[in-house]
Design a protein around this ligand. Structure first.
Ligand code: IPE
Ligand code: IPE
Ligand code: MG
Length: 245
């Protein structure tokens, strides 16, 4: 597949569940942490390729609300890795005109991570080439519970009437309020589940499961996923005939 073909029907919003770092390391007889640091290489490659392909929105699942149950040591190292990566990649984000965005329960993250995120989000906010969203301390159910809570308060305070609540109002209260629906969701490592990621936003996403462990994921694998996506007919409830007409 040559690039010009792939570029024809690029998903506007690509979301990725980056899974398999631990198994990658274990296979090599190494500590899980080793897998996480190699996972950063895959992030760099996929982000760069996404810019080349003119994907407008790339959302990466980096840490879930459930991941707080992992051993403290692993969490600590993941947080450190995040801060270091934000620092080392900062110039590249500016060069590529990438806007950094974060979704999730950010208040739960360590202060050093929050400060670094705040700085990079602020410094890149006017960039227009691509929006790179990191899902951190993110859980889809928690996001939806938050929406319900915000709307309940607004009803209680007479800011909004219950009849006015519809899909677009719900959208406006999600962490992803500034993002379009997901077109393609990729999960690596062979697991076929959603693990509480973007539950509302993937309602009509195409799903692609790759057996490749995240640290081994390259632009070649990304191209494969995009080619699969481009062969699909997204009917959104209609018939094939309707789409042709
Ligand atoms: C994904 O890799 C990274 C995070 C969840 C932070 P894992 O750490 O889940 O790797 P496996 O699934 O155990 O191989
Ligand atoms: C999902 O991966 C979360 C991220 C990739 C950040 P997990 O490895 O935590 O998911 P489960 O627990 O296997 O479903
Ligand atoms: Mg995993």
């Amino acid at each position: 597949m040559i690039m010009s073909d792939i570029k024809n029907d690029i998903p506007k919003h690509l979301a990725i569940i980056m899974d398999g770092n631990g198994r990658w390391a274990e296979k090599k007889g190494k500590n899980r942490i080793h897998g996480h640091s190699h996972g950063v290489r895959a992030v760099q490659e996929v982000v760069e390729e996404a810019v080349q392909l003119k994907i407008e929105y790339l959302t990466l699942y980096a840490f879930s609300t459930e991941n707080w149950s992992r051993p403290e040591e692993e969490i600590g190292i993941l947080m450190k890795l995040l801060v270091n990566t934000l620092r080392s990649e900062f110039e590249k984000l500016l060069e590529n005109r990438i806007k950094l965005n974060v979704i999730g329960n950010i208040g739960q993250l360590p202060e050093i991570v929050r400060n670094e995120l705040e700085y990079v989000v602020d410094q890149t906010q006017n960039n227009t080439e691509m929006t790179l969203t990191l899902a951190l301390s993110y859980g889809g159910r928690e996001e939806l519970a938050n929406v319900l809570k915000q709307l309940a308060y607004k009803v209680k305070d007479n800011i909004i009437s219950p009849e006015k609540i519809d899909q677009s109002i719900i959208n406006e209260h999600l962490y992803t309020q500034n993002l379009p629906d997901v077109d393609l969701l990729i999960r690596t490592s062979g697991e076929k589940r959603i693990s509480n990621f973007l539950l509302w936003q993937i309602a009509y996403a195409e799903l692609y499961f790759s057996k490749v462990l995240w640290p081994d994921f390259t632009k070649k694998h990304l191209h494969k996923a995009l080619t699969s996506y481009q062969k699909r007919e997204r009917r959104f409830g209609k018939t094939s005939k309707q789409l042709l007409g």
